[in-house]
Design a protein around this ligand. Structure first.
Ligand code: CTP
Ligand code: ZN
Length: 155
């Protein structure tokens, strides 16, 4: 295969959002954190471990027909701090941005404390304050430092 063929492995999209420069291997966690599981019918392409000058290997996620908001993509900073967000309209990149670290993430992570009010059968969404070395549950103060992807709530 020529280089060109390889570049065309994942085709361009007409309208939607391209999340680029995701650390290699994190694409499925990106989908989980965004609550994208394919049931809505949107076309979603995932490319994993593509060669990248900057990252060595990167993952790319393309969501067709949906422009993700800055709030939606900011939670990605927890697992994909180098991600680039490209909004595509009529095949053109009309906006290119980075994810920004939010001060709070809501309804995204599950508290590891089984006695926490957010893990019982109550309609209380989880809320974590984002710090420099981890995230802290705002209800029970439990801190998650490592392996955030393991704590992503399934939708
Ligand atoms: N892209 C796409 N469909 C389009 C336009 C762009 O899927 N219609 C994808 C490209 O494949 C790339 C990303 O969106 O993964 C950003 O596109 P572009 O800005 O053209 O690429 P680069 O200049 O390489 O981006 P960067 O500088 O952020 O690396
Ligand atoms: Zn808690």
């Amino acid at each position: 295969m020529s280089d060109k063929d390889q570049q065309l492995r994942v085709s361009k999209i007409q309208n939607g959002t391209v999340i680029d420069h995701i650390a290699g291997g994190q694409a499925l966690n990106v989908l989980a954190i965004l609550g994208i599981d394919g049931t809505s019918g949107d076309s979603v392409s995932v490319a994993m471990n593509m060669p990248s000058d900057r990252l060595g290997h990167k993952d790319v996620v393309k969501v067709e027909g949906r422009e993700l908001s800055q709030d939606e993509v900011d939670v990605l900073s927890l697992i994909a701090p180098a991600a680039t967000i490209n909004i595509i309209r009529d095949y053109d990149v009309v906006e290119k941005g980075r994810v920004e670290r939010p001060s709070v993430v809501e309804g995204v992570l599950e508290c590891p404390n089984h006695n926490c009010i957010t893990t019982e059968n109550e309609p209380v969404d989880s809320r974590f304050a984002v710090g420099d070395d981890g995230v802290r549950c705002e209800y029970c103060d439990t801190i998650i430092r490592d392996d955030l992807p393991a704590h992503i709530l399934a939708e």
